[in-house]
Design a protein around this ligand. Structure first.
Ligand code: XIL
Length: 339
């Protein structure tokens, strides 16, 4: 042993070696268990068909990691990805100044690696909103939230649902924390902040149950007011959650898309699912979107029935619980395929 080491007491050497060993073990364990989660992409990425417009699905990290059939059905069918929950305020920004991008990063990274378009969803919504964001200086917190999220994914998110579900079923504006304090101007603030943070992203106003009737008229009226006062809005999202017994026809959707086009705006079917998975309902939306020059794409809300937000028993998606294609799949993809 070199004389200088001999001068160090054996006990100190032992403690040092022990500490080093422990740190090494922790580092290995950390990489195995504690590292940021990833989507387990296969070595060979399946290639979806060639569509005339993006065909998307909402995706969640949990199912993508534990259910191979879900991930495989997604990868081989869809060309656009919407994080189902990962970008929602309560998930990504649970306390003021505290951010958790783990799941959103994993989904966006997977989309980039598999060349899928990303729809960011949603920036401002009064659901899945942590209590802190609804109290105090809600305008400043809204600006901070929108700016941080949009900047982080600049260049990777093609479209954002900037404002989600601002309307009641009767067409009036929901009395959410921002509407109560700022009036309708909160919508202007959300869009302007998003535009400044990423001038390239397409900015959407997204609404549920507004495919027909007074809610559709109110949605168009709101979009017209926004456009007329110079708010940087690019498009309107129609969620199109529907049922096999009462779904919007191709004609109704074609009229909707045309009315939106008349405002100079794009449109997207953003969250489609159909209780009972009527192939006619899926075909109606796919045809309407395929035929409308201003329709930028169609997204379904989930992949397989097993993970559907409205429950497996509703059988609402184009793939069954085991990931087998249902007749709805052909109905959906047929009209969108490039001929
Ligand atoms: C749903 C998710 O699918 C569920 O997992 C979550 O528990 C609640 O939200 N409109 C929207 C979506 O804009 O964000 C909602 O997603 C469905 C209705």
């Amino acid at each position: 042993m070199p004389s200088r080491l001999r001068a160090i007491p054996a006990g100190v050497l032992l403690v040092a070696a022990g500490t080093f060993g422990l740190l090494a073990v922790l580092a290995v364990l950390g990489r195995a268990f504690g590292g940021p989660p990833e989507v387990p992409l296969p070595e060979r990425i399946p290639r979806p068909p060639d569509y005339a417009k993006p065909l998307g699905a909402a995706l969640s990290l949990g199912p993508a990691r534990e259910d191979e059939a879900y991930l495989d059905a997604f990868l081989r069918t869809f060309t656009s990805l919407t994080p189902e929950n990962a970008m929602k305020w309560e998930v990504v920004h649970p306390a003021r100044g505290r951010w958790n991008f783990d799941e959103a990063d994993a989904l966006v990274d997977a989309a980039v690696r598999t060349r899928k378009r990303v729809r960011g969803h949603p920036l401002v919504w009064d659901q899945q909103l942590p209590p802190y964001a609804a109290r105090g200086d809600v305008e400043t917190m809204l600006r901070e939230h929108v700016r941080t999220l949009v900047r982080r994914y600049r260049g990777r998110v093609a479209q954002w649902d900037v404002v989600n579900e601002p309307l009641e079923d009767d067409g009036t504006l929901t009395q959410n924390p921002w509407q109560r304090t700022l009036g309708e101007r909160w919508i202007d603030v959300a869009f302007a902040t998003a535009r400044a943070a990423d001038p390239e992203a397409q900015l959407f106003l997204n609404e549920i149950g507004a495919e027909r009737g007074v809610k559709f008229s109110a949605l168009v009226a709101l979009a017209r007011r926004l456009r007329d006062r110079g708010v940087p809005i690019d498009g309107i999202g129609l969620q199109n959650h529907t049922t096999s017994g009462n779904f919007p026809s191709r004609e109704v959707l074609a009229e909707d898309l045309a009315a939106i086009g008349k405002l100079g705006l794009e449109a997207e079917i953003t969250e489609m699912d159909v209780e009972g998975a009527s192939p006619r309902a899926y075909a109606a939306a796919a045809r309407a979107c395929a035929d409308a020059p201003n329709c930028t794409g169609l997204t379904v809300w989930g992949v397989t029935d097993r993970w559907s937000w409205i429950g497996e028993d509703k059988r609402a998606l184009p793939f069954d619980a085991a990931g087998r294609a249902k007749p709805a799949l052909r109905a959906l993809t047929g009209p969108l395929r490039r001929r």
